[in-house]
Ligand binder design. Structure first.
Ligand code: ATP
Length: 246
């Protein structure tokens, strides 16, 4: 069987001596699957992303990206993953092209290849004609598209996005949600998409429900609904994050 694009086993994390933000979390994102990490505010989603992207070091547990152990071979493992953080990280005073090419250079991608990939990615996102503009001139939804194009430049097999639609209006949100589902469907890129918004999750997606630092359910949406005895994911989510589940 193919290695999962991402596997997390037995991960716990506490800030200082406080209570655990994550407790014994295990999950997997299958190659080419769209997996939503669904949890309310404070569930532990961003903490998990910080561990997966190695901003934080996990004291225990294992993270593997495409079968590569993140602790043992961090550079190789991280090279397989594209990341869109919750907070935008583009340089506002550089053009779209400069932002993309600078990032590509950090990955050691030759200039000509980087130019071609940047153009192709921007084209798919309907942003090709904006390549020469400074990021400051773009609206929030378009800036997010550029971040997405940047995350794809090194052709990762896994894309992780931490609440990438925060602050976007409905059409911009829909465009990003549909685009990333399309990347998964058409290019076989595995996706881990953190959100607290159920309408960003499709019927055919997989979901990992996280609440108070623990995984409460995981699997295809239909299976999670069956397990909770609910008709909809909204109902499942309400049941799984109710007080008694704490
Ligand atoms: N730097 C920090 N110091 C102390 N506690 C923190 C810190 N960052 C997060 N926490 C706590 O850890 C828990 C998990 O937070 P985290 O930000 O990972 O959740 P989240 O699911 O991403 O929430 P949100 O949807 O609000 O972004 C929360 O109880 C939060 O208060």
């Amino acid at each position: 069987m193919a290695e999962p694009a991402l596997s997390v086993e037995g991960l716990s994390y506490a800030y200082g001596r406080g209570t655990f933000a994550l407790k014994d979390v295990s999950l997997a994102v299958g190659a080419g699957s769209f997996t939503a990490l669904l949890g309310p505010n404070g569930a532990g989603k961003t903490t998990l992303f910080a561990l997966i992207t190695r901003l934080f070091e996990s004291p225990g547990g294992t993270i593997r990206i495409g079968g590569i152990d993140l602790r043992r071979e961090p550079a190789r493992a991280l090279g397989r993953m594209g990341v869109v953080f919750q907070q935008p990280t583009l340089d506002l005073d550089l053009t779209v092209r400069q932002n993309l090419l600078y990032f590509a250079a950090l990955h050691g991608i030759p200039r000509r290849t980087a130019e071609a990939r940047a153009r192709e990615s921007l084209e798919r996102l309907g942003m090709a004609e904006r390549i020469g503009e400074t990021v400051r001139a773009l609206n929030g939804g378009h800036r997010r598209r550029v971040e997405l194009a940047r995350a794809l430049l090194h052709e990762p097999a896994l894309l992780v996005l931490d609440e990438p639609t925060v602050g976007l209006d409905v059409p911009a949100r829909r465009a990003i949600v549909e685009h990333v589902h399309g990347l998964c469907r058409e290019r076989g890129i595995a996706v881990l998409w953190a959100t607290h918004l159920i309408d960003e999750i499709g019927e055919g997606d997989r979901v990992v429900v996280i609440h108070r630092g623990r995984v409460r359910a995981a699997g295809p949406v239909t299976e999670v609904n069956r397990a909770t005895g609910a008709d909809t994911l909204t109902e499942s989510f309400t049941r799984l994050t109710a007080k008694e589940a704490a």
